[in-house]
Design a protein around this ligand. Structure first.
Ligand code: NAP
Length: 440
């Protein structure tokens, strides 16, 4: 590992999640001899692999092994515990690097913009998922889970992840890496019913079939749907691929519609064609009111009919928002930076969710990064930039205690050593704990 000032191009990537690692891999292929520094706010890399992918989906998290391989390349360095805009600006990075690639995702929740949407007991998916995944930003959330019913709004895979984590037994979560504070709170919670509510119908839901099927296989919870909401067949107007995909989801919903709600102690209840109107409660969430909808030409319209669901918490999984890093313009949709094919300005690029919005699978970020890396190579002007040899002294002058890959491995080793029973690791939930492992 060098911190020297070699002749190759110097790249700074901001964000050590999947988009950042795939960008590093793609730039290494496009520009042999490049020095690539991945700047990360936390001392722990891997972004949503660590803090977004559900803690009971350990197989998905094995993609981390591929990112570890990238991190160990001699020309790739992780510069952790460094926050852009707080410790260093994008303009300063541009002085040190031939190109700067932003890969910091869309970390904030799309707001639940209805009356009562700010009552205690309303949470966004980013904060709720961050809470159960021990993300330092959200570890202190202490969600209200003291009533028997929780409503999850949204018909995407994040809504399914949340409903499943709320419904799994302690035994089912024992082999996960859920935050200790979350498993304790869930064990004390009294949740018997989790409602997943979508504003469109079952055939328009964005769930993937594997995730839906999993809800039919839980130890203590049964997935149920209302048979009158489930169509007999998928529409003939769909493409063959959509017919196949939607058809598989439909089979799941049909089996949920036949399930006995009393078969198990808990229920995951699907509710379609209902859009949030207002959250009700005196000082905290007590219920949520929806308006029934119909979908016409792809548009959701209200029917005027309402539906009220009593609940103690509402978790809104309706998408994410980008942060305006460096004061850069955010798109009108709010979920990405304004860019053209990944270019923001000469020498400044964006990849992943921050480029295209919060969509796709983990591997989608690889294709995305390859496209942007090819663009970067085609536009690259290699100057005599110092790279990390310039950045390090600046950060030191600001008393920033940076962390690197070796530090991450020490934190990881401490988490693995602290694991109990079948847990793969017991995650630290605060920056203080992570840095304490390093004696900092
Ligand atoms: P998503 O798939 O885009 O789903 C968002 C949901 O929120 C949609 O049902 C959307 O409805 C609804 N919504 C948006 N605004 C709303 C509003 N104002 N009121 C009511 N509902 C509203 O997003 P996601 O679930 O956050 O997932 C993000 C990405 O990560 C997706 O690509 C997802 O597949 C991926 N992911 C994958 C996995 C996995 O593979 N296991 C797990 C988690 C996440 P409309 O359709 O009507 O807009």
């Amino acid at each position: 590992m060098t911190t020297g000032h070699g002749p190759g191009p110097k790249f700074a990537i901001v964000g050590a999640g999947p988009a950042g690692f795939y960008a590093a891999e793609a730039l290494d292929i496009e520009c042999p001899g490049a020095e690539i520094d991945i700047i990360e706010r936390l001392p722990t890399p891997f972004g949503l692999i660590r803090a977004g992918v559900a803690p009971d989906h350990q197989t998905t998290k094995t993609i981390q092994d591929a990112f570890e391989q990238i991190a160990q390349r001699p020309n790739v360095r992780i510069v952790g515990n460094v926050e852009v805009d707080r410790d260093v600006t994008i303009a300063e990075l541009a002085q040190f690097y031939d190109a700067v690639v932003l890969a910091s995702g869309a970390p904030d929740d799309a707001p639940l913009d209805v009356p009562g949407g700010d009552l205690p007991g309303v949470y966004g998916a980013a904060e709720f998922v961050g809470w159960y995944n021990a993300h330092p930003d959200h570890a202190g959330l202490e969600p209200l889970l003291d009533r028997d019913s929780v409503v999850v709004i949204g018909n995407g895979n994040v809504a399914i992840d949340i409903a499943r984590i709320l419904s799994k037994s302690a035994a089912e979560l024992a082999t996960s890496d859920i935050a200790a504070h979350a498993s304790e709170r869930l064990a004390q919670a009294r949740i018997s019913d989790v409602h997943i509510v979508g504003r469109r119908g079952p055939l328009e839901a964005k769930f993937t079939t594997v995730e839906l099927r999993e809800l039919g296989e839980l130890e203590e919870a049964v997935a149920v749907a209302e048979s009158h909401q489930i169509p007999d067949a998928v529409g003939s107007d769909l493409s063959p691929r959509d017919r196949r995909v939607k058809g598989k989801n439909l089979e799941c919903f049909k089996s949920f519609a036949q399930a006995d709600p009393s078969a198990k102690a808990r229920r995951i209840r699907f509710q379609f064609n209902a859009r949030p109107l207002n959250v009700l409660g005196n000082g905290r969430v007590e219920a949520i009111c929806f308006e029934r909808t119909r979908v016409e030409n792809g548009q959701v319209t209200g029917t005027g009919e309402t539906l009220e669901i009593a609940c103690g918490a509402v978790i809104s999984a309706i998408g994410y928002r980008a942060r305006p890093l460096g004061g850069l313009a955010v798109s009108a949709t709010g979920d990405r930076l304004t860019n053209t094919d990944g270019r923001i300005a000469p020498g400044l690029y964006v990849v992943g969710w921050l480029r295209r919005g919060p969509s796709g699978k983990i591997g989608t970020n690889r294709t995305d990064a390859e496209e942007v890396a090819a663009l970067i190579r085609s536009e690259l002007v290699v100057g005599d930039k110092p790279g990390l040899a310039g950045l390090k002294p600046l950060l030191a002058s600001r008393n920033v205690r940076t962390t690197d890959y070796v530090d991450w491995k020490k934190i990881e080793a401490a988490e693995i050593a602290a694991a109990l029973g079948g847990e793969p690791r017991r995650k630290f939930a605060t920056m203080h704990e992570m840095l304490a492992v390093l004696g900092a």
